[in-house]
Design a protein around this ligand. Structure first.
Ligand SMILES: Cc1ncc(COP(=O)(O)O)c(C=O)c1O
Length: 385
């Protein structure tokens, strides 16, 4: 038995997505920039996918720029907006301490090029306060970037209020919605943001496809220069098969969200409640609400997260110690650290992220095996069960 509880790292590709990608690979091989029949068919494929992605986030197709994934979308948002706003003299960027590395390391790169950066704190539950942003904003602030849902703990930030505060000081607002899209309703207009990143492989699409949604009128410079693709905003021949699959994944997500979200929340809540009841020395990290429905992050006192991950893997259960990028490094999670959790708790936490294939039977199996696995590990470390 193999159980996959690591959907925030990536998701299995939906069979309907695979079918569409296979068809495009073999039949619609044209270059969307070509004028002839083959090119126009390829352009049609891109148009359909663009409309589907736009519909998923409440945007206009013309506002969607395809990228190679969430990392490029975040880079494009921050570097592109920073460059476009340079002539205004604004040289200050704001993000939070719990952003994904795609944002944090881009900010570091920009700070080496003379930009001032501020990382906002989060509270113990992993939430950024509007007051903290208001205090950090200056007339010099060009861009504010706050992720919608956190990849490690799943908490959802008050984006609409944060965007309003940023706009009041004339700053552009970006949100990394890679972990919220297809898990909770994401509506660009309701959120009131200017830029929004998303990535196909987090919702049953292929890896290597993503998008930056750019609200009409927002100034963003291209970071990939070359041909006139994507209305001059992102050069390079589009990854047609992946984008076609992305479109199907977006359509499926739009249809399934209303039923899948409560189903996953029920599984997750049962999982959490039972663990807290059956295994002592456990605690949930981050606020329980608002949170994406598929994610939980749990500390197990007296146990190294890596040992628990390996022991569960031997039982056929795949979980994570945090973001996929930092797992395998034994680095304590920057997210849990930013929340002010004590060192031991940042090192004994695992993330369980559920998805479409997970069933009640899988949760039962996990809940049956977990207390024994934890008990064994604690016997090794000398801690009472
Ligand atoms: C919040 C967040 N932003 C950005 C990314 C990067 O997306 P991609 O893997 O498509 O580059 C991830 C992926 O883990 C993520 O969780």
């Amino acid at each position: 038995m193999r159980i996959y509880f690591d959907h925030n790292a990536t998701t299995p590709v939906d069979p309907a997505v695979v079918d569409r990608m296979r068809a495009v690979l073999s039949e619609d091989f044209g270059n969307a920039s070509s004028v002839h029949h083959f090119g126009q068919r390829a352009k049609g494929v891109l148009d359909d996918a663009r409309s589907a992605v736009a519909a998923l986030i409440g945007g206009e197709p013309s506002e969607v720029v395809f990228t190679s994934g969430g990392t490029e979308a975040d880079n494009f948002a921050l570097r592109g907006a920073a460059e476009a706003l340079e002539p205004t003299g604004r040289r200050h960027l704001i993000a939070t301490g719990i952003e994904h590395e795609a944002v944090l390391n881009t900010l570091k790169a920009l700070s080496r090029r003379g930009w001032t950066t501020t990382l906002l704190p989060v509270d113990r539950s992993g939430i950024v306060s509007v007051d903290a942003l208001t205090d950090a904003l200056t007339d010099n602030t060009a861009v504010v970037s706050v992720m919608h849902a956190n990849n490690e703990i799943g908490t959802v930030q008050p984006i609409a209020a944060l965007a309003e505060a940023a706009h009041a000081r004339g700053a552009v607002f970006h949100t990394d919605a890679v972990q919220s899209v297809a898990k909770i309703p994401v509506d660009t207009r309701r959120l009131g943001v200017d830029l929004l990143s998303l990535s196909a492989h987090k919702f049953y699409g292929p890896k290597g496809a993503g998008a930056l949604w750019i609200k009409r009128g927002t100034r963003v410079s291209a970071i990939l220069t070359g041909g006139k693709h994507e209305r001059n905003r992102r050069a390079g021949t589009e990854n047609e098969p992946a984008i076609a699959g992305y479109g199907v994944a977006a359509q499926l997500a739009t249809i399934k969200l209303a039923t899948e979200s409560p189903r996953l929340a029920a599984l997750r809540d049962r999982l959490e409640e039972t663990i807290l009841l059956r295994v002592n020395g456990t605690a949930i990290n981050g606020v329980r609400d608002p949170r994406v429905p598929n994610t939980t992050n749990i500390s197990f006192e007296g146990i190294e997260a890596e040992s628990l991950l390996i022991a569960l893997d031997l039982e056929g259960i795949a979980v994570s110690t945090g973001s996929a990028c930092s797992s395998g490094t034994l680095e304590p999670s920057h997210v849990l650290r930013a929340m002010g959790l004590p060192a031991h708790r940042t090192q004994n936490s695992i993330r369980i992220s559920l998805g479409s294939g997970n069933t009640d039977a899988e949760i039962d199996y996990f809940l049956e095996r977990l207390p024994q696995v934890v008990g064994k590990l604690r016997t090794v470390t000398g801690m009472r069960r």
